[in-house]
Design a binder for this molecule. Structure first.
Ligand code: FES
Length: 224
């Protein structure tokens, strides 16, 4: 067993005036993840600690948070990679409680790009893609919508209107899909979209699936 000091931002808007940090001593087995550290605290020290998780396998994106100043998934981050002091904050979104944030703005941005296939013909039969058409979607369809890129992006916190890297990656995904018949040029051209990106590439640095929304944005700028 190895001991760690977890320092976690706590905040219950119903009780606290402002967020504060509280430290917890946590014991984890070799290979133990930050999420397992949070389970330890919840079970043995403080059951009032709130955080989200579901799959525990880097699939659902629920456990996204800021860990030692980098946005990461808690379930895929091993505590021993980080040293003995582990500082945890929520995503850069309004806090509901502790590490649980309100994702409404994130989902509103996503909805704005119409994230579904739109056919411009009657679906009389299945629309089959050939292998190269399908291959064009590699690097665009693996996004798990965890919110790490949205929180790391320097523009989303400065401009409330910006659609954010997750939405623009998905926009590129639908534009690149041969089954989609809709004209999405209005979405590409809109002021709060690709032209607000400052190419900081923070989205690419934190994406747990190795995707690059910034590269998608640059490609859409060239193609527009
Ligand atoms: S719990 Fe699902 S991605 Fe971490």
């Amino acid at each position: 067993m190895k001991r760690y000091r977890f320092i976690i931002q706590r905040f219950n808007p119903e009780v606290d005036k402002s967020p504060f940090f509280r430290g917890y001593d946590v014991e984890l087995k070799r290979g133990g993840t930050v999420l397992e550290g949070l389970f330890y605290i919840h079970k043995y020290i403080d059951p009032s600690l709130s955080f989200r998780f579901s799959c525990r396998g880097s699939v659902c994106g629920s456990c996204a948070m800021n860990i030692n100043h980098t946005y990461r998934l808690a379930c895929e981050t091993q505590a021993e990679w980080l040293g003995s002091r582990i500082r945890i904050r929520p995503l850069n979104l309004p806090v509901i409680k502790d590490l649980v944030v309100d994702m409404e703005r994130f989902w509103d941005c996503y909805e704005a790009i119409r994230p579904y296939l739109i056919s411009n013909s009657k679906p009389e039969r299945e629309h089959v893609m050939n292998p190269s058409e399908r291959q064009r979607l590699d690097g665009l369809i693996e996004c798990i919508l965890c919110g790490l890129c949205f929180s790391a992006c320097p523009v989303t916190s400065l401009n409330d209107e910006y659609l954010g890297p997750h939405s623009l990656l998905k926009l590129h995904r639908f534009i690149s899909d041969t089954r989609d018949g809709s004209e999405r040029h209005d979405l590409i051209r809109q002021r709060k979209g690709i032209w607000l990106c400052r190419s900081a590439f923070s989205c690419q640095e934190v994406c747990p699936k190795g995707l690059s929304p910034a590269r998608s944005i640059n490609r859409m700028r060239i193609k527009r």
